[in-house]
Design a protein around this ligand. Structure first.
Ligand code: PGA
Length: 272
């Protein structure tokens, strides 16, 4: 696992965006796994800026979002579909038909939605890079603690702490979707590369458990230790409970030297 500790939340967003921009420049038809929540918003702003400056185009990019609430319509402002249009899709040249979200409005069967979502990811050739946030309880997507580490896209009951955090996010106490369709941990582990961002001291405990704790379904993000190409990008606050920060920074500095000597990076290649 590559751990990058940066000075500020803005630097985390910029670093994450540069990884995605690099990938899209290398492969204009890249398949991106996207996330919602507070954390990716600043990163999406950086992507929009890069698009507006003519630096990249999303015309052929395909996207798959991690999750969506069950029983919520596409146009409801609290839906993740609306979030994605507001925070990213409306401001770039992406083809809406290339964007996927595991939508399950009232009347649809979430079990079927999950199975179809898995099939569409497969048909697209798999996900090149999955962007993730992390919940204060260590969840990724809506894979709450004790989720199977082999789970696929399915319906999931949200944890009380997630419902609480979400109501703070939306600034509307009482908004409480209790079920979601989410990519599974197995689905996330099948992606070719993972970029997890976390900022603020509220995430420090979850980051410490994910990066340095045992692999355990009690912290679903710890399953990422089984993935060979994960980059965790955190600000100082989110890194504050990590024990090996000095080592991660040392590794980061060494990477340039390794690249010069051997032509590729020690931790991961390619460097998007
Ligand atoms: P946040 O959510 O970015 O709003 O903190 C992250 C998550 O719950 O995965």
């Amino acid at each position: 696992m590559e751990v990058v500790v940066l000075d500020s939340a803005d630097a985390v967003a910029e670093y994450g965006a540069q990884r995605i921009i690099g990938l899209v420049k290398q492969n204009s038809a890249a398949v991106l796994g996207l996330a919602t929540g507070r954390t990716p918003v600043a990163l999406y702003k950086c992507l929009i800026r890069a698009y507006q400056q003519g630096d990249i185009s999303f015309q052929d990019v395909i996207t798959f979002n991690l999750d969506e609430y069950v029983g919520i319509g596409d146009d409801e402002p609290l839906s993740f579909s609306a979030f994605m249009r507001r925070e990213l899709f409306n401001a770039i040249d992406i083809n809406v038909e290339n964007t996927h979200i595991p939508k399950c409005p009232e009347g649809e069967n979430p079990f079927q939605v999950g199975e179809e979502y898995e099939r569409s990811i497969e048909l697209a050739g798999g996900i090149d890079l999955q962007l993730l946030g992390i919940g204060t309880n260590g969840h990724i997507g809506f894979n709450e603690p004790t989720s199977s580490l082999a789970s696929r896209t399915r319906v999931k009951t949200l944890a009380g702490s997630t419902i609480h955090d979400n109501s703070l996010n939306t600034n509307k106490a009482g908004v409480s979707a209790e079920l979601a369709v989410t990519m599974g941990i197995g689905t996330i582990l099948d992606t070719r590369r993972v970029l997890l961002l976390a900022t603020g001291d509220g995430k420090a405990r979850a980051i410490s458990a994910a990066v340095e704790g045992p692999v355990s379904s009690m912290c679903p993000a710890s399953a990422l230790q089984l993935h060979p190409k994960v980059t965790v990008v955190v600000d100082q606050a989110a890194a504050s409970q990590l024990q090996l920060v000095d080592y991660y920074q040392h590794v980061h500095q060494q990477q340039a030297a390794v690249q010069t000597r051997f032509g590729q990076r020690a931790v991961d290649q390619p460097l998007y």
